[in-house]
Design a protein around this ligand. Structure first.
Ligand SMILES: C[S@@+](CC[C@H](N)C(=O)[O-])C[C@H]1O[C@@H](n2cnc3c(N)ncnc32)[C@H](O)[C@@H]1O
Length: 258
């Protein structure tokens, strides 16, 4: 792995470099990410509804670990978005993301969507808290990071007060081992073997505990600064919200900055 100051692990980077070429194939190894994308927008909407933000204010979004840009592109097309900055440490996936964005002239508008091949630790900090992003997203990234706490701390430095950190990841349970390691990697081969490291999965309760004691985060003040939504992949139907499933499977989380 790389230096202690960076969250980037070279094994992960090689793994995702190899997947880059098929990123936009809806039936390829990123199929589950494509299918999950609509729920990401629903969840962001849910978090935003609890947020004190002026009506009509457009969002500046930072998408960390953006991969080939499935979410970044869809967010950049929304009329409620001012700009999307999308970063990933894997060079091949950023190359694919840039190439794919060129197929839509709207995404080529100045400042609408910017891809950077970098890690969060190397992104210049905002000059003042108010210059931070309104929403930062980390979809299916935390489970690829060995030390999530320093990573999340580095992420929070880029979030504006009142802004939301929104992500999705997987709870560390027997069920998730069975579904993500055994069924998805070994039986159905929906994702390549070795995509997931089960020991790096995080329970929603651990995420909430982190957020509760982290400086500058707002879970406890009105209880609405923490949002969670469990989702289950149903073959043939896609991802569905399933109440209570966050504790044993895939889930979305949202944390608001004070
Ligand atoms: C499963 S993909 C998810 C891509 C995208 N967020 C999505 O869901 O469509 C995980 C991504 O995390 C990236 N990644 C790995 N280590 C990272 C790190 N330390 N910081 C940010 N991204 C990282 C990989 O390069 C890969 O593109």
């Amino acid at each position: 792995s790389s230096s202690p100051h960076s969250s980037v692990n070279h094994t992960e980077v090689s793994h995702f470099n190899a997947l880059a070429a098929s990123w936009w194939d809806p039936h390829g190894s990123s199929r589950l990410l494509h299918l999950m994308n609509p729920l990401r927008h629903d969840f962001i909407q849910r978090c935003k509804e609890t947020r004190i933000q002026e009506e009509g204010q457009k969002m500046r979004i930072l998408d960390i670990g953006c991969g080939g840009g499935i979410f970044a592109e869809s967010a950049a097309r929304l009329s409620s978005t001012a700009s999307v900055t999308a970063i990933d440490p894997t060079p091949e996936v950023i190359a694919i993301a840039r190439k794919h964005a060129r197929t839509d002239p709207k995404l080529m508008e100045e400042g609408r969507l910017t891809y950077l091949n970098t890690a969060i630790e190397n992104l210049p900090l905002p000059s003042s808290p108010q210059e931070g992003f309104d929403v930062i997203t980390v979809f299916e990234v935390i489970e690829h990071i060995q030390q999530p706490v320093p990573f999340l701390r580095a992420v929070l430095k880029h979030l504006k007060p009142g802004g939301w950190l929104i992500g999705s990841t997987i709870a560390r349970t027997g069920v998730s081992w069975l579904t993500t390691k055994f069924v998805a990697e070994e039986v159905l081969r929906m994702v390549p073997r070795g995509t997931h490291e089960w020991s790096q999965y995080i329970q929603p309760s651990e995420m909430r505990e982190w957020a509760k004691y982290e400086d500058g985060v707002d879970v406890g003040v009105d209880g609405r600064g923490w949002q969670v939504m469990g989702v289950v992949y149903v073959p043939g139907l896609g991802w569905k919200e399933v109440s209570g499933s966050a504790d044993w499977g895939n889930y979305f989380f949202g944390v608001r900055k004070l």
